[in-house]
Design a protein around this ligand. Structure first.
Ligand code: 9JF
Length: 233
């Protein structure tokens, strides 16, 4: 019966500044690094033994995984990195904070976006401002210019089905270190969350979600390891 751990990256600099980060390759803050190490401690204490890891091509998720593995004494584990586990692309909102977003688009539009499943933000109209959104890690990839939650799910799901699920079907235990919205997509798939409910699902940073699966890859149990910060599932 395979075990799957979801780990959302620790606090990043733009989380601290409450800015839309998306595909911008922002690093962890010192607090974020400490959250990642704590997650590693919790995973080690859980006694779970993992066989492989998956993460995105974004530094904050990669470093969260590496710091957790280091704490677990499992830095040797194989890691697969793929852009399809990246955070949702926020298009023209990338880099904006709450005040700038409301000033540029109005409160009403923000209200609509916050609760929508299939309404994407505007495309980035000055990509030169964020070169890392199309640097060589995306060579050969037709990168999105903006994403709704629905579009994020539509690029995460095929990757889950083709690249991740087979490892679970072979009985391997996996860690997936990723982002708020790419993990939301996976939670939606695994827990059968309705479209209208998914904007309300929030994966906490640095608190591993340990999921027990049956041989058909159906959830038989799930718990957050840091129960001092327990979250409703
Ligand atoms: O504008 C959005 C938004 C726009 C487009 C797609 C998704 C979202 C979205 O998911 C979202 C938003 C605002 C806020 N709260 S906020 O208005 O306070 C806010 C705005 C800007 C930056 C950070 C903030 O905390 C949220 O909590 C969200 O989950």
């Amino acid at each position: 019966m395979p075990t799957l751990a979801f780990l959302r990256h620790g606090q990043s600099q733009w989380n601290l500044e409450n800015r839309f980060t998306g595909w911008m390759d922002v690093d962890l803050t010192e607090k974020g690094e400490a959250e990642a190490r704590r997650a590693g401690e919790l995973l080690k204490e859980s006694g779970a033994e993992f066989d492989a890891c998956f993460t995105s091509v974004q530094t904050r998720a990669i470093r969260t995984l590496n710091l957790a593995l280091e704490e677990m004494g499992e830095s040797w584990l194989p890691v697969t990195k793929d852009w399809r586990l990246n955070e949702r692309h926020y298009g023209g909102l990338t880099g904006l904070d709450k005040a700038e977003t409301a000033a540029k688009h109005g409160e009403e539009q923000v209200h609509i976006w916050r609760r929508s499943f299939d309404v994407p933000p505007p495309e980035l109209d000055d990509p030169e401002r964020f070169p890392s959104l199309s640097d060589r890690r995306y060579a050969g990839v037709t990168t999105p210019k903006t994403e709704s939650l629905k579009l994020t799910l539509e690029r995460v799901e095929p990757y889950w089905t083709a690249e991740i699920r087979p490892h679970l079907e072979q009985g391997q235990n996996l860690i997936i270190a990723a982002h708020g919205n790419s993990l939301r997509a996976l939670v939606k798939l695994l827990f059968g969350v309705a479209d209208e409910d998914i904007p309300g699902v929030e994966i906490p940073t640095g608190n591993p979600l340990l999921i027990e699966l049956d041989d058909q890859i159906r959830v038989t149990g799930a718990r957050y390891l840091d129960d001092s910060r327990a979250q409703p599932l």
